[in-house]
Write a protein that binds this ligand. Structure first.
Ligand SMILES: Cc1cc2nc3c(=O)[nH]c(=O)nc-3n(C[C@H](O)[C@H](O)[C@H](O)COP(=O)(O)OP(=O)(O)OC[C@H]3O[C@@H](n4cnc5c(N)ncnc54)[C@H](O)[C@@H]3O)c2cc1C
Length: 236
């Protein structure tokens, strides 16, 4: 999906520079911005900040409003047709309603893709893999003994009201905070942001306060306690 978006952007004339960290944004007179990177500077009329769960100190007021939380997935070896059918008979995509939820489905080559969060505290992919495997077996005991061939993870960007946000701070447009479900939503927000930057109006429903928490600067010190709280709620 991402490769397709990148290709479409390239086809429309966008210049894409990956592996290039924005290290500073300065306002330019009489208007516009200079974005500093280790590879040079970019002069721009507008800047769109779409850093979601990887938001760093580039725009500190945004960093204070985004909570990075790890999410992880395992992919098993391909299952036999019988075992795949017994786990998910109609090949539906599944997720549960817990706060620390699981989400899972079969791939086209019959691997079980099983994802979720072990906790809100930082963890490693190896720890998350073992934890997800145990969780998968609890949900589908018939998969016991199946090998896990791949495990990966990344950051999702949570907000204090568990809603995504689009807005402007110091003239910089931002669109982020998808709380773990940004594949479709980030694409929609990208369109909203592009229309807004091009001179259109941002629909009124998106003009909302973007909450933060006192004393939150860079380290989400509250996450272990919050994770424990939500895990306890999930057990009720
Ligand atoms: C394991 C996992 C499973 C997921 N499953 C689903 C799912 O099933 N459905 C769903 O809807 N969502 C899912 N998500 C969430 C989804 O991936 C995100 O919501 C989505 O990627 C957000 O897109 P984005 O472009 O806003 O941010 P990202 O894709 O996170 O991209 C942000 C980018 O900003 C870059 N960046 C940060 N700081 C700087 C800087 N200073 N300079 C330059 N670049 C910077 C980062 O390197 C990163 O490339 C999942 C996430 C994970 C980790």
């Amino acid at each position: 999906y991402f490769a397709g978006l990148a290709r479409l952007a390239g086809d429309r004339g966008a210049h894409l520079y990956d592996q290039t960290t924005g290290t500073g944004i300065e306002r330019r007179q009489p208007g516009g911005f200079i974005v500093k990177t280790p590879r040079g500077q970019i002069a721009a009329r507008d800047v769109l900040l779409a850093t979601n769960g990887y938001s760093d100190g580039l725009v500190p007021s945004i960093r204070r409003r985004i909570i990075p939380i790890g999410s992880y997935i395992i992919a098993t070896e391909p299952l036999s047709a019988d075992r795949a059918r017994s786990a998910i008979p109609n090949r539906r995509m599944l997720f549960d309603s817990k706060n620390l939820l699981y989400y899972w489905r079969l791939s086209s080559d019959n691997r079980m893709l099983f994802g979720g969060r072990a906790s809100f505290a930082p963890t490693t992919t190896a720890t998350a893999r073992d934890w997800l495997y145990a969780a998968m077996i609890r949900v589908h005991p018939q998969l016991a003994g199946i090998m896990v061939e791949h495990a990966w993870g990344g950051n999702v960007g949570f907000t204090f009201d568990r809603l995504p946000h689009i807005g402007r701070v110091e003239g910089i447009t931002y669109a982020l905070g998808y709380c773990g479900t940004g594949v479709a939503m980030a694409t929609y927000f990208g369109q909203l942001a592009a229309d807004w930057i091009a001179g259109g109006e941002l629909p009124g429903c998106w003009h909302r306060a973007f909450p933060s928490l006192p004393l939150y600067r860079e380290t989400p010190w509250f996450l272990p306690a919050v994770g424990w709280y939500y895990a306890a709620l999930d057990r009720l």
